[in-house]
Design a protein around this ligand. Structure first.
Ligand code: AMP
Ligand code: ZN
Length: 114
């Protein structure tokens, strides 16, 4: 746990969140400032800021997150698809330096940048 990390505090229960899924490896909760009708963050329960700082054990946790995301998305009603985003660093606009995967959906996103 990083004492200065807001997502570590959410994982520890020190800051409230609207949880949508939790197990021993990850927590999924609703983004406080949603950018779509459904906007959920999936965070591994091990603190590291970005992919470049990830060790092998943490990579296993990210893999577990990715394996679980289809079920989480289904539970959120995202039958027609969704978008996953992982912002890395300043140029990507990363504001919370604990790796997290955005799940965004419930509206057609059309052909935007990606
Ligand atoms: P990023 O720009 O990829 O670092 O995304 C960080 C996300 O965390 C933003 O979409 C914020 O709205 C979200 N966020 C920040 N604080 C909280 C919080 N306390 N609970 C839920 N989401 C949060
Ligand atoms: Zn953290």
């Amino acid at each position: 746990m990083d004492q200065n990390c807001i997502f570590c505090k959410i994982i520890a229960g020190d800051i409230p969140s609207t949880k949508v899924y939790e197990d021993e490896d990850m927590l999924a909760f609703r983004d406080i400032n949603p950018q779509a009708k459904v906007h959920v963050l999936v965070v591994p329960k091990s603190h590291f800021a970005a992919l470049a700082e990830m060790d092998a054990a943490q990579a296993e946790l990210v893999k577990k997150c990715l394996v679980k995301i289809p079920a989480i998305a289904e539970s959120l009603g995202l039958k027609n698809g969704y978008r996953l985003i992982v912002n890395q660093g300043e140029d990507a606009g990363q504001t919370v330096h604990h790796l997290h995967i955005h799940i965004i959906g419930r509206e057609s996103m059309g052909e935007k940048m990606l």
